[in-house]
Write a protein that binds this ligand. Structure first.
Ligand SMILES: Nc1ncc(C[C@H](C[SeH])C(=O)O)cc1Cl
Ligand SMILES: [Zn+2]
Ligand SMILES: [Zn+2]
Ligand SMILES: [Zn+2]
Length: 305
């Protein structure tokens, strides 16, 4: 059965999506933005006070990388917190009154399911192509942002395989299409990964500073401070290229170059003791502290629309 303090399997997450999305018609709805390679529905949750006209929006995805289980756990937590604190928490109430928040609980569903049923350390999609015995591409190297120029591999057997072309992975194509279609209203893009405790922003595909570098850094530092205020967890903020590693084809760089100014990648807990195998006992504290950072960014975006 579904629990917010457990790493739920896809079956339980799918049931949760169905029930939570019909729990409060004034605040949440769902839409399928396409299917995965293996035919699982990519269901996007739309949070926000129901309105006849389009509101400015934030897009947040979890689970791009299959083995990073704390990531989908956070998206589920965020949705629960949004619905349960709307009306009582001032920040969340203002956010959902003035903006919509699109949440994709699991981006790479096929890969996530495979980490439960096959290999726990799987990272990529599960696409197959004739001519190679190796499976899948790294969705975070498959976006059309300096595609396959650095920090990625053109070897289908590599964990950072960039794919046969930009957006070759249907999951990437589905998300990119949605964001392109809605780029006029999407003001921020947040993508949740693990692990390392980092708050990254463009660019990863070049060492050049982004046009909005100083503002992005200031907001990241404010968000990291908010996060740290709860349990003292320390995050490092900075451009991807210098803060983690140079790499091309990532979703945050792609969204930024599309015009989504506030574009961030979170690398959640921990710093290596457990890594991707973060114990379930840390789901609650990790999600609680990350809520503060995401709400900080959302509040900043809302005030600067
Ligand atoms: N644009 C990017 N932003 C963040 C990262 C780091 C994540 C961390 Se798991 C990755 O390696 O895909 C990688 C890239 Cl290419
Ligand atoms: Zn179950
Ligand atoms: Zn990742
Ligand atoms: Zn990572």
């Amino acid at each position: 059965a579904h629990s917010y303090t457990k790493y739920n399997n896809w079956n339980d997450i799918q049931s949760w999506i169905a029930s939570i999305s019909s729990s409060n018609p004034n605040l949440i709805s769902k839409q399928v933005i396409g299917n995965t390679y293996e035919g699982r529905p990519m269901t996007l949750l739309k949070l926000g006070k129901k309105s006849s006209s389009s509101k400015p929006a934030i897009f947040m995805d979890c689970g791009i990388h299959a083995r990073e289980w704390i990531s989908p756990a956070f998206c589920q937590w965020f949705v629960k917190e949004a619905l349960s604190t709307y009306g009582s928490d001032a920040q969340m109430t203002s956010l959902l009154n003035q903006m919509d928040v699109y949440v994709l609980p699991v981006f790479n569903i096929d890969g996530y399911d495979y980490t439960h049923k096959g290999s726990r350390m799987w990272r990529k999609t599960r696409s197959r192509k004739s001519g190679s015995s190796c499976i899948g591409a790294d969705p975070n190297r498959n976006f059309n942002a300096g595609w396959c120029t650095l920090g990625a591999s053109s070897n289908p057997c590599s964990d950072t395989f960039c794919g046969y072309s930009p957006e070759s992975e249907i999951e990437v194509k589905n998300v990119a299409n949605f964001i392109r279609r809605n780029k006029a209203i999407i003001k921020a893009y947040i993508t949740i990964h693990s692990y390392s405790q980092l708050l990254l922003f463009p660019y990863s595909y070049t060492y050049d500073l982004a046009q909005h570098h100083s503002e992005l850094m200031q907001v990241a530092q404010g968000a990291s401070a908010a996060l740290r205020s709860l349990y003292g967890t320390r995050y490092t903020s900075g451009p991807g290229a210098t803060t983690i590693y140079p790499a091309a084809g990532g979703s945050d760089d792609w969204a930024y170059d599309l015009g989504v100014k506030y574009s961030y990648t979170f690398e959640l807990r921990d710093t290596g003791r457990y890594g991707f195998l973060l114990p379930e006992s840390q789901i609650k504290p990790t999600c609680e502290e990350t809520m503060l950072a995401v709400k900080y960014i959302a509040a900043y975006v809302r005030k600067n629309i």
